[in-house]
Write a protein that binds this ligand. Sequence first.
Ligand SMILES: [Zn+2]
Ligand SMILES: [Zn+2]
Length: 361
Amino acid sequence: MNERTLAFLKKAYREYYFRKSDSIGFPDEIQSREFGYIPFGGGMVRHLSFKSAGDAAAEILRQSPSSVYCSNARYESPTLPMESKGWKGAELIFDIDATDIPTSCKKSHDFWYCEKCHANGRLPKPPTCPKCKGQTADFHGTCSVCLAASKEHTLRVVDFLLKDFGVSRKDIATFFSGNRGYHLQVYDKRFEQLDQQARAEIADYVLGGSLPPSQTLAATIRHRPKESPSEAYGWMRRIRAYTQSRSGYQGTLQKLVSEAVSVQRAMIDASVTTDIHRVFRLAGTLHGNTGMAKMRVGSFETFDPERNPVVISGEKTSLNVSFYPKFTMNGETFGPFNSQLVSLPSYAAVPILTRGFGEVA
Ligand SMILES: [Zn+2]
Ligand SMILES: [Zn+2]
């Protein structure tokens, strides 16, 4: 990334933080939180702490970094090394990302590319570039199908929280992640003291990870065919309700049971839920790759992930793009680009520049 590109990105992000510092969603007990950020062109800075939301907002504006993070945990001393921080508890969090959800559209926007000559092709990536022997990397794009799948799996997690864990709706906050999915933050105090092991069990439960094989589940249903879903608990209640709702189904019970699991399990990133020392993207801040905001979703009825989080200005900027696949932002489709000079709204230039596929002209 050259100086001009770096300056452009910093300016674009700063302009947002200057205009919208009140959109940043700071957590409660801000003094007990660990903050971190990644500057453009630099590495992660962690173990920061702020006395107030005003102090934190001022520092975010001053740095206008690529990404800003805040711990879901509260600590006695957030600036000390991890083992000395004095962990006091952490909100339960979930990360639902299209990367973890198998969708048929992936082959149209995911590929490998050569970091040196930008040769590219279908995944899986070759160990080195067949043209120039340069280093290869994965590119994961996104589309409305991916975003719809992420939303569906997010709603599944919410359903588990409401029905299986007895969380009240007001204690669940839903955010667009700024990229390909959603984040959930659960403010129910019952989860705050849970250790890694207990959180891993919750993650596993929503993933349907340690369910018995569908054959065994089907045998349980056959054994007590008349049991109503309301007499069962947890996954068994869900599976019974699903199989009973499909009374005309022609296939085997075992197949129907595996369908019941696959349409209800939520493909979360378990490592996020399990990590009790996570610094998680701060609400209202910009994603380092996309320039889109991590934004609170009030209602999925009205939220449009391809428009609402696009918050960087639409002022035109010229850039040389080495290559970039077709993408949609703010209702407009751009690309594909291949070794060309283009003029784009700033918000559409950002994802190309942050990923190193172009430079400001
Ligand atoms: Zn190459
Ligand atoms: Zn897709």
